[in-house]
Ligand binder design. Structure first.
Ligand code: SAM
Ligand code: GLN
Length: 284
């Protein structure tokens, strides 16, 4: 049988991805081949003549077929880098986005002089937000909630992998329901915020992510209304709320936060593309 070398495997995968209109055909081919060969992309450049074993070739073919069907690379390789750490991901969780690092960094900065801070992460998904915050705030602890039991299992595994399981409690359930009677210094959330009607227009890759992680109701703002209404009962005096927001939502979410006059010191932060991405406020 003809032996397949890395350079040829990459070339044919790149062509398949280009035909399938994948945005980054060369990069995706390299990442998937590096995964199959348990190496990094640089080694593929250094050893283009490397011969693939039959097993490696068949695994690579399987990866390429799945990617051509618009399954995200992160689901195929089972992990995504976020805030300098590797998070295990499955199709039960939203793949953590680089934009969400803005929210994480804001909370770390806001709490860094507050040893022992108690944090609640509502809709934790892979646990990326709360795990990244705790990694950088040694005395802090967190309670995380998700309505999806499958997502919570992924978050638990990430907390164990990243040595934080002893500082995080995991609660299955709807929003604040499992946290009755508890008080936090900060409530953080990246809730589902896509308006229901826009979900059908999302990129095919995003449509492979759980709908329950994306659908924010008719105007996309359902979760902000629920979060803001309930949050004061779960916050210490001066407690912080910090949420990720979607494109064009800053003004509406600001109105929701100001409506009951329970919050002050509203801050809006932009992401690297200049889009308002985080909104935060303090309990009065
Ligand atoms: N925090 C993760 C991140 O930033 O990558 C995931 C955010 S994802 C946009 C929203 C998460 O909220 C999903 O994991 C979803 O399962 C969860 N969720 C949806 N509805 C919920 C509800 N009613 N109560 C609790 N969690 C919910
Ligand atoms: N940022 C995600 C996207 O654009 C949406 C995540 C969310 O609804 N919070 O696909």
């Amino acid at each position: 049988m003809k032996k397949i070398i890395a350079a040829d495997a990459l070339k044919s995968a790149k062509k398949i991805f280009t035909d399938a209109k994948i945005d980054t055909p060369g990069l995706d081919a390299e990442v998937l081949l590096a995964e199959v060969l348990h190496t990094d992309r640089l080694s593929l450049y250094v050893h283009p003549e490397k011969i693939l074993s039959d097993e490696e070739f068949s695994r690579f073919k399987n990866f390429v077929e799945r990617r051509a069907k618009k399954i995200p690379v992160a689901y195929i390789v089972g992990r995504k880098e976020f805030f300098g750490m590797n998070f295990f991901v499955t199709p039960e969780v939203l793949i953590p986005r680089p934009d969400t690092e803005i929210l994480v960094q804001f909370v770390i900065d806001a709490l860094k002089n507050f040893p022992g801070a108690k944090i609640a992460d509502i809709g934790t998904g892979s646990g990326a937000i709360c795990i990244s915050i705790l990694k950088n705030l040694p005395g802090a602890t967190a309670a995380t909630v998700d309505i999806s039991p499958g997502a919570l299992e992924v978050a638990k595994r990430n907390a164990e992998n990243l040595q934080l399981a002893d500082r995080i409690n995991f609660f299955p359930g709807n929003m604040f329901e499992p946290l009755a009677g508890k008080i936090f210094d900060c409530i953080v959330s990246n809730p589902p915020y896509i308006p229901t009607d826009e979900i059908k227009n999302l990129q095919p890759e995003v449509k492979t992510e759980p709908k329950i992680a994306l659908d924010g109701g008719v105007d996309g703002l359902n979760f902000y209304r629920q979060l803001v209404k309930a949050a004061p009962d779960f916050l210490s005096p001066n407690g912080l709320i910090a949420f990720e927001i979607g494109i064009g939502q800053a003004e509406e979410v600001k109105k929701i936060i100001l409506r009951d006059e329970k919050f002050c010191e509203i801050k809006i932060l932009k992401d690297l593309s200049g889009i308002d991405r985080v909104i935060a406020a303090r309990k009065k």
